[in-house]
Design a protein around this ligand. Structure first.
Ligand code: CAO
Length: 481
């Protein structure tokens, strides 16, 4: 193997050296390298401001946020944390349906809503009202990106087709989450678990002898929101060259499948024999046509399993994920009191261990059950053995290091008081995220109408009277009286 690699690199360097003279000539014809570098790609001179004090990554980007529930709001919240001005349009009197879903504090926006809509401004507009449409037209002209995750066809039914938006503002990027891409299911409404099931996650999650399982991580909603955010930032970058907007579509099925990529890998490997790292192989259970559910087997080449720790009888999270990584096998044997396994040919090599993984993990578990999950963590990490304690949400909420990095943040809210949220998991050294509470319904309606869209106070009064920004059952006239 090593000889082959060396040969390859020799061939490469030969090819390079043949092409080299041309490049040297080109460079010579330019200005000195340092000066050319400073002007590369038309970039400004590197800022002399301290890191973190040169604004935010997406400063100046204006988002018309037409999102609701989870997938779309996750995306726009990320963009807002990165500095974009996010104007969330909500239906008068109702708002994003999650404001009232799973409510824990009477009369206050739910945690479902508050934890997905930080750093945004809220404007209420009836998008089907003629005056509401006028406001939306102004917003479309003002903003760089429209993000939506309505049911298929809903945006068109509001009159906001791609053709209409593109004509009004050719620079606008229109980004959508839908359940499915074009095809037989494109008109279907989709929620998280539908996406997990249709994207290949559920059929490959759970135990072999049980039904398919959905996972607690919101890979369909938040996962697709993440994908969409990358699509939007890329479209903004391309717009710098082309000057025009484009459509960005992320289907939740596609997003889940992207995250289940290794399972499609395994589907194809099945043609060439059993999947030896799946524990059913060691148990002599034949494989069928499709990638099976693998329980807690690790997805990669290093066998792993969840093992009981001290206290598991009463604590549902007294478990640890234990990986029998080959290079540290000897350390594992010493730690669990099985030094003889280091040299026994039945245990010494990964292929010899594969058929008896269940029994091996059983022996390791006898050891882990004598320790707490944190003791196992400390003992194993001291020997470079990869393990992961099963952390409860309570433990995560109380974890100091996550507070210190801003990954878990305490936020104050005028109607619900203090609550915990997950801050921006993407850390940029020159664009520091601060987490601001979610807006109350319509909190910024007047501010946006006057300061952003330039309506006069007389016009705002007229708009209010028209019912375009107020709930239908509470006309502005009655409110004013
Ligand atoms: N003014 C007036 N009408 C408004 C409005 C506003 N500001 N905001 C929304 N509406 C209207 C829409 O126009 C739509 O009306 P029509 O159907 O009559 O045209 C209506 O509200 C409902 O919108 P919707 O169809 O998106 O909402 P729903 O509750 O019926 O469906 C969901 C919800 C999530 C299933 C659907 O939006 C969907 O499939 N979205 C795409 C996939 C997605 O993001 N799913 C993730 C959801 S999180 O688990």
């Amino acid at each position: 193997m090593a000889v082959r690699k060396a040969k390859k690199s020799k061939t490469k360097s030969k090819a390079k050296s043949k092409a080299a003279p041309k490049k040297v000539l080109k460079l010579k014809s330019k200005k000195p390298a340092a000066k050319a570098g400073a002007k590369a790609n038309g970039l400004p001179k590197p800022s002399s401001k301290p890191f973190g004090q040169a604004g935010k990554a997406l400063d100046g980007v204006k988002i018309l946020d037409f999102t609701h529930v989870q997938s779309g709001p996750t995306c726009t919240q990320l963009l807002a944390w990165l500095g974009a001005d996010c104007i969330k349009v909500e239906r008068p009197g109702v708002g994003d349906i999650t404001r009232t879903q799973l409510r824990d504090v009477k009369g206050a926006d739910s945690l479902y809503f508050t934890m997905l809509n930080h750093n945004k401004r809220s404007i209420t507009i009836d998008s089907k009202h003629p005056k509401g449409k006028d406001i939306l037209n102004r917003l479309i002209k003002h903003c760089d990106v429209l993000v939506e995750n309505f049911a298929p066809g809903a945006l068109d039914r509001m009159g906001l087709t791609w053709e209409y938006i593109h004509k009004l503002n050719p620079r606008m990027i229109v980004a959508s989450v839908k359940g499915f891409g074009p095809g037989p299911y494109e008109d279907c409404k989709v929620y998280e678990n539908v996406a997990q099931c249709t994207g290949g996650a559920a059929s490959t999650t759970g135990f072999l002898d049980g039904p398919p399982l959905v996972t607690g991580a919101q890979i369909g909603d938040s996962g697709t929101g993440l994908h969409l955010a990358l699509g939007i930032v890329s479209a903004l970058y391309q717009r710098n060259r082309t000057g025009r907007g484009q459509r960005v579509l992320c289907a939740m099925q596609d997003g889940v499948l992207n995250l289940s990529r290794v399972k499609l890998r395994d589907q194809q490997r099945l043609k060439h024999g059993p999947l030896t790292e799946y524990s059913q192989y060691g148990q002599g259970i034949p494989f069928k046509e499709a990638t099976p559910r693998a329980g807690n087997d690790s997805g990669g080449g290093q066998p792993g399993w969840i093992l009981k720790c001290k206290g598991y009888e009463t604590d549902p999270n007294a478990y640890i994920y234990f990986i029998t990584q080959a290079p540290v096998w000897a350390s594992i044997c010493d730690l669990i009191g099985k030094p003889e396994w280091k040299t026994d040919p039945e245990y010494a090599t990964p292929p010899a261990r594969l058929p008896k993984l269940k029994a091996i993990f059983g022996v390791i578990e006898e050891w882990t059950m004598t320790k707490t999950k944190f003791e196992v963590m400390d003992l194993c990490n001291a020997k470079d053995i990869p393990v992961g304690p099963i952390l409860s949400m309570k433990e995560i909420a109380e974890e100091k290091s996550l507070r210190d990095t801003g990954t878990v943040v305490e936020v104050d809210h005028p109607t619900r008081g203090k609550y915990l949220t997950v801050g921006n998991p993407i850390k940029l050294s020159d664009s520091i995220s601060d987490v601001k509470r979610s807006p109350l319904l319509g909190e910024h309606t007047e501010e946006i109408l006057t300061k952003v869209l330039g309506y006069s106070s007389k016009e705002v009064a007229e708009i209010k009277m028209s019912g375009a920004i107020t709930p239908p059952d509470k006309p502005a006239k009655a409110e004013a009286a």
